[in-house]
Design a protein around this ligand. Structure first.
Ligand SMILES: *Cc1c(COP(=O)(O)O)cnc(C)c1O
Length: 354
């Protein structure tokens, strides 16, 4: 069983969802057909209920990284600001840089959510980017800290990288202009779909950016996307199977209930946390308990983590190694809705045998 931080284990029901789509030839429909419009509208409706999204528009892309790039291309003329607390936050910053913009950043010590100085956001920074759950370091930000920054800079567009955070972490969309995620982490699906959520403030900004750059009608421009979105279509032939299956996975989670999913996430986390606290081989990488992610847990290992990964693999469990410079000293464990409490007990049992 995959306890990786993404891609991870896939909901067993997903197999039937894909089979159903193949058997009923749903995946052969054209993206401008009525059949597709129905799939699109159902998935959008389910997502809006599940994640409590008020009026935002939802655009489908290929991955979380593509969402970052689309945001940089559509929402800024020159300047983005990034709160970086790990490698994914740094990737977002670098994409802005690579496109010839002038990004600036405040960087925390990796493994902590405490940013070093008073956050100095410039008057001409156009968007402020946060990584709600930094998968690389196992640090989750407090949503209230994000909202406090929003209060100080009400004119800026707030962007949240919510990959690996949703659906456990709730995003208060009344205060968040833009958020994105990909499905292979918290949604128990195969990779290949990025979901970008934008409000009218973003759409207004995208228009002015596009006008300046003369890109108003390009396929990947948010304006073109919005026109299509409002017809329950997309600008190009998207990953129709994944869009269809995502709608059904949302339904699955709605049936179970998000409260129950959240309670179970906390229960599984507590089991693991309890085990780590009593172990002399494993310890938390993230020092402050309040910074520790409930969905992606970074664990220091006393000996080479590749040994731990191998031993677990031989017992039937796949976990992630550490990210970047922590590759050999950590394992990372995914705690997503797809993982049951009994699965976690089995994993902890295997860890305790090490
Ligand atoms: C995985 C991940 C990404 C990148 O998403 P892809 O779908 O792999 O491109 C971005 N941010 C965070 C926090 C992630 O965990």
């Amino acid at each position: 069983m995959y306890f990786t931080v993404g891609p991870t284990e896939i909901f067993s029901e997903v197999k039937d969802f894909y089979l159903d789509g193949l058997e009923n030839k749903i995946f052969s429909v054209h993206h401008r057909s009525n059949e597709f419009e129905k799939i699109h509208s159902e998935t959008v409706a389910n997502l809006k209920i599940l994640l409590n999204i008020p009026k935002h528009e939802i655009f489908f892309f290929s991955s979380g990284t593509e969402c970052m790039e689309r945001i940089i291309l559509n929402l800024i003329k020159k300047k983005s600001f990034h709160l970086i607390n790990g490698y994914f936050g740094a990737r977002f910053f670098n994409i802005s840089l690579q496109y010839g913009n002038y990004p600036s950043a405040d960087i925390s010590v990796y493994g902590s959510s405490v940013f070093e100085e008073k956050i100095e956001i410039n008057h001409d920074d156009e968007i402020i980017c946060f990584t709600l759950n930094e998968t690389s370091t196992g640090v989750a930000l407090q949503i209230n800290d994000i909202l406090n920054i929003k209060k100080q800079f009400p004119g800026k567009i707030i962007v949240i990288d919510a990959v690996s955070a949703v659906p456990y972490y709730e995003i208060p969309f009344d205060y968040v202009d833009c958020a994105f995620f990909s499905v292979q982490k918290g949604f128990g699906m195969p990779p290949g779909l990025g979901v970008l959520i934008v409000n009218d403030k973003c759409m207004k900004k995208a228009k002015s950016v596009a006008n300046k750059k003369g890109q108003r009608n390009s396929a990947f421009n948010f304006n073109t996307y919005s026109l299509n979105y409002n017809r329950n279509q997309t600008s190009y032939t998207p990953n129709i199977p994944a869009i269809c299956v995502l709608g059904k996975v949302c339904e699955l989670m709605l049936k179970k209930g998000l409260d129950k999913i959240r309670n179970e996430t906390e229960e599984k986390y507590a089991l693991l946390d309890n085990f780590i606290s009593g172990s002399n081989i494993f310890s938390h990488f993230v020092k402050r308990p309040e910074d520790r992610s409930k969905t992606t847990i970074a664990v220091n290992t006393k000996f080479a983590s590749s040994e731990v990964v191998k031993k677990l693999y031989n017992s039937g469990f796949v976990v992630s190694s550490g990210y970047g410079e922590y590759k050999d000293s950590q394992i990372r464990i995914g705690n997503f809705p797809v993982h049951k409490i009994s699965d976690f007990k089995n994993l902890i049992d295997a860890l305790s045998k090490i």
